[in-house]
Design a protein around this ligand. Sequence first.
Ligand SMILES: Cc1ncc(COP(=O)(O)O)c(C=O)c1O
Length: 413
Amino acid sequence: MTDSNAGTPLTLSGSAPAPWQRTAAGANLLGPDGALGTVIFEEITGLAARHGAINLGQGFPDEDGPAPVLEAARDAIASGHNQYAPGQGLPVLREAIAAHQERFYGLHLDPATEITVSTGATEAIASALLALCGPGDEVLTFEPFYDSYGAVIGLTGADHVTVPLHAPDFLPDDEQLAAAFSDRTRVVLINNPHNPTGTVFPAELLQRVVDLAARHSAVIVTDEVYEHLTFEAPHVPVATLDGAAERTLTISSAGKTFSVTGWKVGWLSGPAQLVAAVRTVKSYLSYTSGTPFQIAVAQALALPTSFFTGTAAVLGTKRDLLSEGLRAAGLGVYRPQGTYFVLADVAPLGFEDATELARRLPELIGVAAIPVAPFCHDEGAERTRTLLRFAFCKKTDVLTEAADRLAKLGAAL
Ligand SMILES: Cc1ncc(COP(=O)(O)O)c(C=O)c1O
């Protein structure tokens, strides 16, 4: 399946295309009905604020990261680390990233040539795709997909090919996966653990993706920002699989692991030649990223392993708490194995359209959630029409209150 918008001029309802609408690159930024993806997220956040609802739509924690890490950022500012860092990132952070990849995954990386720091994972994703793809190329992702993927693929002018993830496990069908590759496949963009489904892809599936990418001479870009937020199976980086390292760019960031999403410190690692191409593009985007935060993140990455396992364990109990509340409210609940999102099906409540319910929830019961359909193209939106995404990276008492409110949903309808 390819994006129906790619390469076609867009028209806003009732008007002729404006000159800015006539370019193919960037056309994918708007959905068929005009930027639905952006509008629905903003709309739900606005509704949550208006009705004083608990906002489980947005994916950011409501508690700060570890105190020593916050202190390290304050110290860095106080001690004068306030000017541009090198474009590829401070050596101390690149060394800490290399040490982290070695400690957790046995991956050996040269901090000088195989790692670059970015302004969040978002910039690493954009730089990688802009460095590698252009018109005539195809970028393959699973569907639903994280919203920046569709937008950035649109900016490159490449075609976005999607492989559906099927409920209840949100895994792809083997044949559909193989059929999605072509001679034009330039990049396979994986997200594992996966937002919004919470799937942790089995190593065998990831190995199939690596083998297919190798057969089609494609580069793998893997977004692993939830690497430390898995509840059952441990995270397996794509780069550790057979034949993967030479064609894989791995992306992660401090935001999710250390609950500092506002710091926007991310990184990318992989073969020197590919990293060099990404560094070139990145140098014309943000050029560099916040110096004092880089220093603090270097310290965060060196925290004892118990910090990382402890964070996942606490989050696992929050997953269970919210999932129980959703089940008690009569929704169908898909058990996530990673991330901080849980998908719930509103069909058992007699609803056919989760977007419509998402618009009513803040006023009905004082809880906000995001529909899954905007994470998809047309066919995928139809397939996920009854799904809502709830974030459970919130304080336990907030989740308990949300569960209490959800319990009243049946009566409120
Ligand atoms: C899958 C995925 N990738 C990337 C990001 C963005 O990461 P950052 O804030 O480090 O740019 C998010 C944030 O929600 C995400 O869910």
